[in-house]
Design a protein around this ligand. Structure first.
Ligand SMILES: [Zn+2]
Length: 111
């Protein structure tokens, strides 16, 4: 083989790839039973109230903000979401094509 050897890949577990603030609004949760449009409208009202609160501090509505981490398993070679595939008995990363290290193949398999 004259081609340079490509780095092998392994699964990197539970990587935080994003984080966001989630609005927790009991009133909106109550509206959820009445349908998605009512729920979204209640969230929009809560968001508007938060804007008003920040502007003039008059709102007394119960609203909490919670930071949520978005986690995923990733390929160590390309950092894309872990998605292995097997061809002719060899497992590769579906995104970058790097061959998956034998330990990962045996430990995790391909679903
Ligand atoms: Zn990859």
């Amino acid at each position: 083989m004259s081609e340079p050897e490509q780095a092998k890949a392994r699964r990197v577990r539970d990587v935080v790839v994003d984080a966001y603030i989630k609005l927790i609004c009991p009133e909106a949760d109550h509206q959820f039973k009445r349908g998605m449009e009512k729920y979204v409208a209640a969230l929009e009202q809560a968001a508007e109230d938060i804007g008003s609160f920040l502007k003039d501090h008059r709102s007394h509505r119960d609203v909490w903000l919670k930071v949520t981490r978005h986690r995923q398993d990733q390929c160590s070679a390309c950092h894309a979401e872990w998605e292995p595939f097997t061809e002719d008995g060899v497992t590769y990363c579906a995104n970058c094509g790097a061959e998956v290290e034998a330990d990962d193949e045996q430990a995790d398999g391909v679903r």
